[in-house]
Design a protein. Structure first.
Length: 217
């Protein structure tokens, strides 16, 4: 199977398994999605979804987060890890959103990435899932699968993103990145498949016998 055939097979398989993939992080607005993505850094989406109902009950809007204050935010989000840094970022970006953007989340990569706690991956998720702009956010699942499926050399997350954007049509990016995440969790886990067990890994690499060690994101 050459690269073109692999790309087609991967896309077809993911569309068959996840024809209409749900957004993994629970949210009710662009702002709550942004906060949820910030909390997901070095934390599972499952844990984030367990924490955010309590947080969003008191902080659905930037003005609410400011009223709560950093200490109260930190207490609620502690199970997500890195709570001092994340609570500081949430509090400070809420102030910026009120002062600079009228309480709304800006709709551009440059403006999003200028906010505290918002890197390129977080901005990409918000741009794709909230604003429907083409983006291919690369998290640990996407980075791992792209290497196992020989779509990138895995030297960096940036390189993986560039390679995936080059290989797949722009119209598929927003859906594909969620499909990669869901497939990685369900069928191609970090400490289970190792590039030789799941359906896509076996079809894309029929001659692979030994485990493949991927670079971490």
């Amino acid at each position: 199977m050459n690269k073109t055939q692999r790309i087609t097979f991967i896309s077809d398989t993911l569309n068959e398994i996840y024809p209409d993939p749900p957004i993994p992080l629970s949210h009710s607005s662009t702002f709550t999605l942004l906060i949820a993505v910030i909390l997901s850094a070095q934390c599972t989406d499952k844990r984030v979804n367990q924490v955010t109902p309590s947080l969003f009950l008191k902080g659905k809007k930037p003005s609410d987060m400011i009223k709560m204050g950093k200490q109260n935010i930190q207490k609620i989000i502690k199970p997500c890890g890195l709570s001092p840094q994340k609570s500081k970022a949430i509090f400070e970006l809420s102030i910026i959103l009120i002062k600079k953007y009228g309480g709304k989340v800006p709709e551009s990569f440059e403006e999003l990435e200028s906010l505290p706690g918002v890197g390129h991956k977080t901005a990409s998720v918000v741009m794709s899932q909230a604003f429907n702009h083409p983006a291919f956010p690369v998290d640990t699942h996407v980075h791992r699968l792209a290497q196992r499926w020989r779509l990138t050399n895995g030297k960096s997350v940036k390189k993986t993103e560039e390679d995936l954007k080059r290989l797949f049509p722009v119209s598929e990016w927003n859906k594909l990145h969620i499909q990669f995440i869901l497939y990685g969790r369900e069928y191609c886990q970090a400490r289970k498949c190792y590039g030789i067990e799941c359906q896509i890994c076996k079809e894309c690499n029929p001659n692979r016998k030994s485990r493949i060690i991927t670079n971490k994101a």
